[in-house]
Write a protein that binds this ligand. Structure first.
Ligand code: FES
Ligand code: FES
Length: 158
């Protein structure tokens, strides 16, 4: 077992984990962050996306020990508890979800995308989210949601 200390959604956690434990499994089974979901076994779908030190990663492709000393933001820590993050608001307003399974990962990938590029074109939004799969929406409203989130955050889309 290895000791890790990771700040998740603003709270520091200290834990003993097996070196092979995936970050997503520790988040879900170790500390109850079940808003981070597993959609595949192959690092393809992006449903498990979290922010690791501010950048989006597929938490099924990261070992928990690799997050030692880092800050992780899951969908459960994105809002401050009172107000939604603008990306969450935009997904609601633009109907950017149906079943919602992909949504935590989509939202966090979009947060990273807009941090890098506050004024993305439609093509840049599609490219930025290409690692996140949705089996329901056909992506149209997801792209609209991210463009609207850019507006809400003061960037706007091209
Ligand atoms: S569960 Fe991580 S990419 Fe699908
Ligand atoms: S809303 Fe169902 S998978 Fe995206």
């Amino acid at each position: 077992m290895q000791h890790i200390s990771v700040t998740v959604d603003g709270m520091e956690y200290n834990a003993e984990v097996e070196p092979r434990t995936l970050l997503v499994h520790w988040l879900r089974n170790g500390i109850g962050k079940v808003g981070t979901v597993v959609g595949c076994d192959t690092s393809n779908c992006g449903a498990c996306t979290v922010l690791l030190d501010g950048r989006s990663v597929k938490s099924c492709s990261v070992l928990a020990v690799q997050a030692n000393g880092s800050e992780v933001t899951t969908i459960q820590g994105l809002s401050d508890g009172n107000e939604w993050h603008p990306v969450q608001t935009a997904f609601k307003e633009c109907h950017g979800l149906q079943c919602g399974y992909c949504t935590p990962g989509m939202v966090l990938a979009a947060v990273d995308l807009l941090g890098e590029n506050p004024n993305p074109s439609e093509a840049e939004i599609r490219e930025g989210l290409e690692g996140n799969l949705c089996r329901c929406t056909g992506y149209h409203n997801i792209v609209k949601s991210v463009a609207y989130a850019a507006e809400l955050m003061g960037g706007g889309s091209k």
